[in-house]
Design a protein. Structure first.
Length: 570
């Protein structure tokens, strides 16, 4: 991590970050008999890994302290929200391993109650209808160093405000003509307290309430009151809402309703990644990626499609911990390290040749096929073994042969012997090239029949071990190799220009003629494997079809995070 956050204990019962400490104190003091949290996403896009931190925290602490966590959609903006987003969000939360049982709510469930709350504030002379335009409201608001100015409509009578607010509801006025504002303090040092907007006129069809409403609550108005209606004891938000907390508390105090309390934690940032829904939407709309679930995207659907596991993400979230401070950035290498740890334990090892070069073993019987024993996962004895066919013609990786090998190149070369994984020792005898291009098209080798299984028959040492696939039995597949979506560690740094200027032109490489061992013929979408020496791969859940397999590289084998930690210890 660029800025270290605290690392919690592996035992949930002993984690005492500031949020868990507060919950523990509230329960022990009798302030609350039990805790109630919530996760309140807007259904206007897909969740990303930054949301995973909020999900794991809100649902996680509820589980740890034997409380409950609600799922509540903050559906207060009908122009940007869709049911498909809500469905995708629910799928992501379940995929991470959490559930809300029968506690699925929507801010739109409370529209009538929120309206009545607003009427109550008007009657207390704590809210008023304002005719200023959005630009004028911004102008009157002032700056961080200058106080705002009162709206010329701030002193309307309670009766006039009630009448205008009712007419706003019935749809009498056009969009943007009027808003309802809280009457607080235009000179407050906190800009959020300078008569914030509570309702705006929007003539749009809501995906749940249809055309029933012509006014819609702002987030700041709906958030705290929805929490209070649900008796949320600990409303957990990222640090961006810290300056909004005084307004949250002001509304609750003025209404005299259940005193929900908001707590803020540091937002998750990851190197070489953008975690802004607005910016991710831009990538989608500009077709810089194939969609929200593009495997290069940090969305949970994209990570799932790429082959990430929920266990790896939850481990990562657990290890970065919970802190109050702003500006922490986790190294993406740490996320990849957590993923490798999980995949290493649970992924079947298979052989796949991504850049095939044909090898003919001249002294191997032409019609013979052997079934050789291969270990599925050396980390898991219960995974068992499988049979891999071996024949006279095989494929190896093109990079595993050099006609003129450099020093410390221990793989195949003319006259050199190497070991084939699970199979035999072979020696390169002859190289065949294309007469016009000079490209190597085929190697001719001999094998040692006494080295079956890759064992040395007479104690001689062979440094190189290659993976391979029988040509006659190979399954052809398309393989996508992914790199970071951005070339810059902090692509959102404004000083370096537009974040899209740092898109990595080499973030995707597609290989169309990969040769895989036959055990992969029936691989299903979402299945994960370790391709020996090539990394961890997942069957694509969108484009892969029976007979036309597509694999996504989830992560490579090299673990830079481990090297980073070792260098720090030195």
């Amino acid at each position: 991590m660029t800025n270290n956050e605290q690392t919690p204990s592996s035992d949930p019962a002993t984690r005492l970050d500031f949020i868990r400490s507060q919950i523990k104190e509230d329960l022990e003091s009798g302030k609350h008999d039990s805790i109630q949290t919530r996760f309140p996403p807007e259904p206007n896009g897909y969740l990303h890994i930054g949301h995973a931190k909020a999900i794991c925290l809100s649902f996680g602490v509820a589980e740890e302290f034997k409380g409950q966590c609600n799922l509540r959609f903050d559906d207060t903006n009908p122009t940007k929200e869709e049911s498909r987003y809500a469905n995708a969000i629910m799928e992501d939360i379940r995929w991470l391993g959490f559930d809300w049982d029968d506690r699925l709510y929507h801010a739109s469930d409370y529209f009538e109650q929120l309206y009545e709350f607003a009427v109550k504030l008007i009657k207390k002379d704590k809210a008023y209808v304002c005719d200023l335009s959005a630009d004028e409201i911004r102008e009157y608001r002032g700056t961080l160093t200058e106080p705002g100015k009162d709206s010329p409509h701030r002193d309307r009578s309670i009766e006039e405000n009630l009448d205008l607010f009712e007419r706003m509801r019935t749809g009498e006025f056009e969009d943007g003509l009027r808003v309802l504002r809280a009457k607080i303090d235009m000179a407050s040092p906190n800009l959020n307290m300078r008569d914030p907007v509570m309702y705006r006129i929007v003539h749009a069809t809501h995906h749940r309430t249809g055309d029933k409403w012509s006014i819609y609550p702002t987030y700041d108005w709906a958030h705290g009151q929805s929490d209070s209606i649900e008796n949320i004891t600990h409303s957990l938000c990222d640090i961006g809402f810290e300056d909004h907390r005084p307004l949250y508390e002001w509304f609750i105090e003025q209404l005299g309703i259940f005193p929900s309390r908001q707590y803020e934690f540091s937002r998750l940032n990851i190197s070489y990644t953008v975690l802004s829904k607005r910016k991710l939407l831009r990538l989608v709309n500009e077709e810089q990626v194939s969609g929200w679930d593009d495997p290069r995207m940090p969305t949970l659907s994209g990570l799932r499609r790429r082959g990430y596991t929920p266990e790896a993400i939850r481990t990562f979230i657990d290890r970065i911990g919970v802190a109050r401070k702003r500006g922490s950035t986790a190294d993406i290498a740490m996320l990849e390290h957590c993923l490798r740890e999980d995949l290493n334990l649970h992924s079947k090892r298979v052989m796949a040749v991504l850049h095939p070069l044909k090898v003919v073993i001249d002294n191997y019987p032409e019609d013979q096929v052997e079934e050789l024993e291969a270990v599925n996962n050396p980390e898991d004895d219960s995974a068992g073994n499988r049979k891999v066919p071996f024949s006279r013609e095989i494929y190896i990786e093109r990079e595993d042969f050099r006609e003129d090998p450099p020093k410390k190149f221990f793989r195949l070369a003319p006259g050199r012997e190497v070991r084939l994984k699970h199979a035999y020792f072979i020696t390169c005898e002859r190289v065949v090239k294309d007469e016009q291009t000079g490209e190597i098209t085929e190697l001719h080798c001999t094998y040692d029949p006494a080295s079956r299984g890759g064992a040395s028959p007479d104690g001689r040492k062979v440094k190189g071990t290659l993976h391979w696939v029988s040509a006659a039995h190979a399954v052809r597949a398309k393989v996508r190799l992914y790199d970071h979506l951005f070339t810059k560690e902090d692509p959102e740094n404004n000083e370096s220009g537009d974040f899209v200027d740092h898109l990595n032109p080499d973030s995707l490489e597609t290989l169309t003629d990969c040769q895989l061992e036959p055990s992969l013929a029936d691989a299903a979408p979402g299945d994960r494997f370790q391709f020996l020496r090539n990394g961890y791969f997942c069957v694509d859940s969108v484009d892969s079809k029976p007979g036309a397999l597509v694999f996504n590289r989830t992560v490579g084998l090299r673990d830079s995070w481990t090297k980073i930690q070792k260098s720090k210890k030195k």
